[in-house]
Design a protein around this ligand. Structure first.
Ligand SMILES: CC(=O)SCCNC(=O)CCNC(=O)[C@H](O)C(C)(C)COP(=O)(O)OP(=O)(O)OC[C@H]1O[C@@H](n2cnc3c(N)ncnc32)[C@H](O)[C@@H]1OP(=O)(O)O
Length: 454
């Protein structure tokens, strides 16, 4: 999205709502180092994190200087320079089915100090963010949520899950063929450039992933603070294909779980970041991870709910999938742009009648899906009356669904079938057969998956 974040005006409704509570709503200038440091302090306090050391502070300030950062101040406090509420947002691509990307607005760092909670501050910030997203031309807003009960009220819905995958290492017998390339250890700082390019390709082929930002790669590899305890525990391995082209990497560390017997089973090889630009690289890295001696378990966090691993080893019961969470939340703002961005599994026609209490996505949308899975979406000027809808159905049965904007967000990437939401009473088909058609069209060949927090 070609625009300067500073051009977005301060949302007046949010400003007025906060002013009515004696609070000041401000955009932090990216060049205001002291303002950003105070904002980072409030953000970390909001998530119960330690105060940042110098290296971490420098990294965070540089990350947030690239974002639209809002602070809420209470001028009556003894330390009024530290915000009592924070939010940060930025325009970024979201991968959608078909190897495409949609313009999204990522919202993060929503915190309200315990001294100022439950008086509508977060609501003012979130409503302001939806306005910012629209001003930025985003088709949808997105976030990862600390609690599942916070964001449905603004039209967000869970759209991609993630899980912890744990493997009992000693039970692993590899049955898949060997890959033709090789895995090697690399120093984290050497990996920086290749990591960014592999991550970009891995993101592009996985619906639900969002574009990575430079500070994230540094945090992942520990290169922003190489001497910290966390960074020194990190090991990085890279997979190169038969032509010596880097195609995947994993960042991991070995931990000792307290409470386990004092033997190798205490040792857990844990990874948060495994990025594979090809299926071959993904298989090779899983094999590498499960072939370590002196390790009881291999644990991957924020993995897909649809890993190929059970099909690579003889004993699938060596794998435990737990902590399956609603990880990526979406809020569709522009159904035409959002629906046209992705590809669909087949052709047909569908009419969506969307309810949206906040208005952004409300209306009737007529969609033609081509044989190649492209969608052409037309927003009807006015919703049909009951009588005209009945008349239209008599003349030519139109396949269609009536659903809320949250339900549209939930089915958008293919994480949940429309028919399951219908069983939950949250989607209604207007003509028999519409749910079966919608299930087929919206299905994603690859399960949507987001492998980072943002
Ligand atoms: C995208 C992200 O950044 S996710 C991270 C969210 N932040 C955190 O988890 C950090 C710790 N928590 C906090 O900072 C705050 O408690 C927040 C941000 C969750 C809520 O801030 P508040 O200013 O207290 O919320 P606010 O008063 O505006 O409430 C808005 C609505 O959310 C509801 N709500 C607020 N907190 C919660 C909660 N923990 N669980 C369920 N509902 C909640 C309120 O009841 C209210 O509902 P309504 O307007 O529909 O009647």
């Amino acid at each position: 999205m070609p625009f300067d974040l500073r051009d977005i005006p301060l949302d007046q409704k949010a400003e007025a709502a906060l002013a009515a509570r004696g609070l000041e709503y401000r955009v932090v200038d990216p060049d205001d180092r002291a303002g950003l440091e105070a904002w980072v302090a409030a953000d970390r306090r909001g998530f119960h994190e330690n105060r940042a050391d110098e290296a971490e502070l420098a990294r965070e300030v540089s990350v947030f200087a690239d974002r639209r950062v809002h602070a809420v101040h209470d001028p009556t406090l003894d330390a009024p320079e530290i915000p009592v509420a924070t939010v940060a947002s930025w325009p970024t691509g979201l991968s959608v089915p078909g190897g495409r990307s949609v313009d999204g607005w990522a919202v993060s760092s929503v915190t309200v100090a315990p001294t100022h909670r439950r008086r509508g501050v977060a609501r003012a910030l979130m409503e302001g963010e939806l306005q910012n997203a629209v001003a930025a031309g985003a088709a949808l807003a997105m976030l990862t949520a600390s609690e599942a009960t916070l964001y449905g009220r603004y039209g967000f819905a869970p759209a991609a899950r993630a899980a912890t995958v744990e493997v009992a290492r000693r039970r692993v017998e590899w049955i898949a063929p060997l890959e033709p390339g090789r895995v090697q250890f690399v120093a984290p700082e050497v990996m920086r450039t290749a990591a960014a390019s592999i991550a970009r390709r891995a993101v592009a082929r996985t619906p639900g992933e969002i574009d990575r930002w430079p500070g994230l790669i540094d945090r992942m590899l520990g290169t922003h603070a190489p001497d910290s305890e966390r960074s020194r525990s990190i090991r990085v391995a890279r997979y190169d294909d038969r032509h010596d082209q880097p195609q995947g990497f994993v960042v991991f560390r070995v931990k000792h779980d307290p409470g386990e017997a004092d033997n190798d089973d205490r040792s857990v090889l844990e990874f948060d970041f495994l990025a594979a630009a090809t299926d071959e690289a993904e298989r090779a890295l899983w094999r590498f991870l499960t072939e370590h001696d002196l390790i009881g378990r291999v644990r991957g966090r924020l993995r897909s709910v649809d890993e190929p691993l059970p099909w690579l080893i003889a004993d699938r019961r060596a794998i435990t999938v737990r902590d399956v969470v609603d990880h990526l939340w979406l809020r569709i703002l522009d159904p035409v742009a959002a629906l046209e961005a992705r590809r669909y599994s087949g052709s047909g026609s569908l009419v969506l009648d969307i309810d949206d209490p906040q208005g952004y996505a409300a209306g009737r949308f007529e969609i033609e899906f081509s044989a190649k899975g492209h969608a052409e979406v037309r927003r009807s000027e006015s919703a049909p009356t009951d009588a005209s809808a009945r008349a239209a159905r008599r003349s030519r049965p139109v396949q269609g669904l009536r659903l809320g904007v949250a339900e549209l967000g939930a089915i958008y990437l293919g994480d949940v079938a429309p028919s399951l939401l219908a069983r939950a009473g949250r989607v209604v088909e207007t003509t028999p057969g519409s749910l079966a058609l919608a299930d087929r069209l919206f299905a994603s060949p690859r399960a949507p998956h987001l492998s980072i927090w943002f």
